[in-house]
Design a binder for this molecule. Structure first.
Ligand SMILES: Cc1cc2nc3c(=O)[nH]c(=O)nc-3n(C[C@H](O)[C@H](O)[C@H](O)COP(=O)(O)OP(=O)(O)OC[C@H]3O[C@@H](n4cnc5c(N)ncnc54)[C@H](O)[C@@H]3O)c2cc1C
Length: 427
């Protein structure tokens, strides 16, 4: 298909890169991008890093390539429903947009603090979009006496790092035994904990906040801990992960929930009975797809590189058909910068039962860890050692024997040990 109308729901990274791939692939028809935010597509990774430290303005994050796209933009107008039989996207302002093909790239949003009245207190923030970052940066600019971050995942860690860079006191609480423990395991989590504490973070692992308390003016003042006790705070960042933006698809008959919108290897969305819809595709954070490298297990990623690659893959499947596009098999890759560390990962760590440090040494702050599952290599994480990572791409793709053979015959092989990851059932 090279003409007709293609509508993209979600005008951010996956939507933009998908639209660009459509044009590159020769699509000459009408291209419409629908976004609920009033902004042209922008980049999110700087929001928790350089935007909070004041090095980059929130408004200076617009993605390159936006201007060159020959497209119609419907910004500030959410998609509110999908009429699959009528092949139309329904917008919140009542507009009906007929399409020949639809790309769903509505991403994810920050998981809110569960008590809505407490989440509304002044000084309680989440961070997902450019506007969130601008408001949070302004709040930090007022030099709050103590900042509290709920959640020690990637976003919580990056925000804590930025706040320390501003010289502000910050406490980080998380029910897990160490920061990033769910993502990287408690061994790397322990390394991160040392870094955070050395940077002046008041880290409280194994701690759960039960409720937030505000003052008479409606401004947050303290958090009450489930274990008893309080933490004073006049700015709180809720960093409890993300939920997929699929609520607008209710009643469409598609297989979707807060964990993602199910699709097949060619990015075609699946209906509730598991059948693919040939006209509707999904890409980016919103998509839950079977990953061939992990036994076809459905995965939903929150990775910048996945949004780019899957947007392009969906475009190919839209133009040339699912068989020509083949199964999407991009190796998951992620990076994070915090506390002077550049963390890069390849592959999925879920289910890893062993890890081994193959290069470098955590004591020096520069090392590379490889993860295995039942004797096969499944993932690798580099800390300040990104240049070593590409060598492990092929072993991960091939599921090479774990532990990998490193060093010479006269050197003892490094010994594997448990990474401290949650079991697959608990993950
Ligand atoms: C603060 C932050 C830092 C990050 N840092 C890193 C990093 O260092 N490394 C990394 O690999 N990844 C990072 N990520 C993740 C990365 O940014 C995401 O994986 C990427 O943005 C996903 O792109 P997407 O287009 O699929 O979804 P999104 O970027 O979430 O875009 C979806 C768009 O759709 C819009 N939308 C939602 N519902 C509707 C609707 N009903 N109608 C119309 N539009 C709708 C949303 O508002 C949004 O504009 C970070 C994310 C955040 C939030």
């Amino acid at each position: 298909m090279r003409d007709g109308t293609i509508v993209v729901a979600g005008a951010s990274l996956a939507g933009l890169r998908g639209a660009e791939a459509l044009r590159r692939g020769g699509f000459s028809g009408r291209l419409i991008l629908v976004g609920d935010e009033p902004h042209l597509p922008y980049d999110r990774p700087p929001l928790s890093k350089h935007v909070l430290t004041g090095e980059v303005a929130a408004g200076a994050t617009t993605l390159p390539g936006v201007g060159a796209l020959d497209a119609e933009w419907r910004l500030g107008t959410p998609a509110a429903g999908l009429d699959r039989a009528g092949r139309s996207l329904l917008l919140a302002d009542g507009t009906r947009l007929p399409f020949d093909r639809l790309l769903i790239a509505t991403g994810a949003r920050a998981r809110p603090w569960p008590q809505a009245d407490e989440a509304r207190l002044a000084g309680v923030h989440t961070l997902r979009g450019r506007d969130d970052a601008a408001v949070l940066a302004a709040g930090l600019g007022a030099r709050p006496g103590r900042v509290l971050i709920l959640g020690a995942g990637f976003i919580g860690g990056e925000v804590a790092s930025s706040i320390r860079a501003l010289g502000l006191p910050v406490t980080v609480v998380d029910p897990e035994p160490a920061p990033l423990a769910r993502a990287l395991g408690s061994v790397l989590g322990g390394f991160m904990a040392g870094r955070m504490e050395a940077s002046g973070v008041d880290l409280r692992p194994g701690t759960r906040v039960a409720r937030l308390e505000g003052d008479e003016a409606g401004r947050v003042r303290r958090a009450h801990l489930a274990e008893g006790g309080t933490i004073e705070a006049d700015l709180v960042v809720v960093a409890l992960g993300a939920v997929r933006n699929t609520g607008w698809l209710a009643g469409s008959g598609l297989s979707a929930d807060e964990g993602g919108l199910s699709c097949d290897g060619a990015c075609r969305v699946l209906d509730e009975a598991g059948w693919p819809d040939d006209a509707i595709f999904a890409a980016g954070d919103v998509a839950r797809f079977p990953h061939p490298l992990y036994g076809g297990r459905p995965v939903a990623l929150e990775h910048w590189g996945n949004a780019v690659a899957q947007g392009a893959h969906a475009a190919r499947a839209m133009l040339d058909g699912p068989d020509a596009a083949g199964a999407y098999a991009e190796l998951p890759a992620f990076w994070s910068s915090q506390f002077g560390l550049n963390i890069k990962s390849l592959g999925l760590l879920e289910g890893a039962d062993a890890m081994v440090i193959v290069q470098g040494d955590p004591g020096t702050g520069r090392f590379l860890a490889v993860y295995g599952h039942e004797g096969r290599t499944i993932a690798a994480v580099a800390v300040n050692a990104g240049r070593w990572l590409p060598a492990y791409e092929a072993p991960i793709r091939e599921g090479a024997p774990f532990p990998p053979i490193t060093g010479g015959a006269d050197q003892p092989a490094p010994a594997p040990f448990p990474p401290g990851l949650p079991s697959m059932q608990a993950a």
